[in-house]
Design a protein around this ligand. Structure first.
Ligand code: ASP
Ligand code: MG
Length: 426
């Protein structure tokens, strides 16, 4: 009998140092009646640090590039030294040396290659390194396990930095490679976030994309569930950064989780839910420091969605109000003109509303976007805008929740549907 398959995703915080990695191994030990495909992110803040190193590469600043690379190298070396004795893990040390040589050599790459393509090739080193280290530790402590290159599994188009998955090819490749390997090795370790196009060039699925990688593997393998291991007890009803008394959501539906992530809740990468929902594969969000706790279950069951109100805060918002200069009513023709101009300005609208003579919309603060919106709309419209605002969305609101979020604030715009209240506050 084949063991049932679980997919686990461990993010950067869960593998940020030697102790964290040992904790991952402890968690895996609890699941020896399953085969596990493990998707791992880059360690700690490595992706951000690689981005800074990449900037130095683009600016042709060899000194800064080398300096940042040394920091990355020292960080990972320290982790390896805390996990393995000097005589252990020789193969891993050699492999990592090769990767660090490749990173150093990247400086000589042809920079006429499109920036996004260069970025993806470079940024992928973080996940390649973390997955090698983790796999080596698992193999040493638990016996069998195998490192898998996700770039021969998740196949995408050429949209570097935001690649689209080619589903039929990816499903075929994942099943062909991972099903027998899971049977043989029990635990497979692969990379989140990165993938490859049809020519084998490295692509990425967008920042924080490792959750999505886990969902893609789970969908293809039809796993029993996916667990995202985090440094919070589960999905909370608000971001603890903004909110003191958060409540854990014990169980919500895919639908509700998709709504929450649409409004800006940042616990799960927004693309993660659809591939799971399509196959009815439950998603568990659990704490890697309290693995016995149930965390949050996200599945098809909608019966608990209304139990707890959720709060989503977006700070640093800009509210535009525009009025046609000729005082024409805002009917379909003007609206279509406004939308095509906003799309030209690449404005990403968080909320919008119109009256007879004015159209209002809210965007994240971005000086370049503000300038281009003004530039594009100024000819035909009177444009005003307000900065330093906050957008608050309350799911499953009542009068008390609304009073609470709006107290001592000025309400510039509000919208309510049956389940959702949204406020632009100043
Ligand atoms: N390491 C990548 C990032 O930091 C992907 C991920 O962590 O999900 O964006
Ligand atoms: Mg991360």
């Amino acid at each position: 009998m084949n063991k049932p398959i679980l997919v686990f995703k461990f993010g950067g915080a869960s593998v940020k140092d030697g102790d964290a990695i040992i904790n991952v191994v402890r968690i895996l030990e609890r699941y020896n009646s399953h085969n596990i495909l493990l998707v791992v992110s880059a360690m700690g803040k490595t992706t951000n640090n690689l981005e800074h190193t990449f900037d130095a590469f683009m600016e042709r600043d060899l000194d800064v590039f080398t300096e940042r690379l040394t920091v990355l190298n020292n960080y990972h070396t320290e982790i390896i030294n805390s996990l393995f004795k000097p005589q252990e893990a020789g193969k891993l040390r050699n492999e990592l040396q090769l990767i660090f040589n490749q990173i150093a050599e990247y400086f000589n790459k042809d920079i006429t290659i499109p920036r996004a393509q260069l970025y993806d090739g470079f940024i992928s080193f973080g996940e390649l390194i973390s997955s090698k280290i983790l796999q080596c530790k698992i193999e040493m402590d638990l016996g069998l396990s195998k490192w898998i290159d996700t770039r021969t599994n998740i196949l995408t188009d050429d949209l570097f930095q935001k690649a689209n998955v080619q589903w039929p090819n990816s499903i075929k490749a994942i099943r062909k490679q991972c099903l027998p390997a899971l049977e043989k090795h029990g635990i497979l370790v692969t990379q989140g976030f990165i993938a490859a196009n049809q020519n084998g060039k490295t692509t990425t699925l967008g920042r924080e994309g490792s959750d999505y990688s886990a969902a893609i593997f789970a969908h293809a393998l039809e796993s029993e569930s996916v667990t995202i291991w985090k440094d919070v007890p589960g999905m909370l009803n608000a971001d603890p950064k903004f909110f003191k008394d958060t409540i854990k959501l014990d169980r919500i539906s895919f639908r509700e989780a998709i709504e929450l992530s649409y409004y800006g809740a940042s616990v799960i990468h927004p693309k993660t839910l659809k591939p799971l929902q399509n196959k009815k594969i439950p998603l568990l969000v659990k704490s890697f420091t309290a693995p016995d706790e149930p965390g949050t279950i996200i599945d098809v069951d909608t019966s608990n969605d209304h139990m707890v109100p959720s709060f989503i805060f977006k700070k640093n918002q800009v509210l535009f109000s525009i009025t046609p200069k000729d005082f024409s009513f805002l009917i379909e023709a003007n609206l279509s003109d406004i939308f095509s101009k906003l799309s030209e300005a690449k404005a990403e609208i968080n909320i919008m509303q119109n009256s007879a003579l004015s159209f209002s919309f809210l965007i994240d603060h971005d000086p370049m976007k503000i300038a281009s919106i003004l530039d594009i709309l100024n000819t035909n419209y009177e444009v005003k805008y307000n900065t330093d605002l906050e957008l608050v969305t309350v799911r499953h609101y009542d009068e008390k929740t609304n009073e609470f979020v709006c107290q001592n604030k000025k309400i510039l715009l509000q919208q309510r549907t049956r389940n959702t209240a949204r406020f632009v506050l100043g």
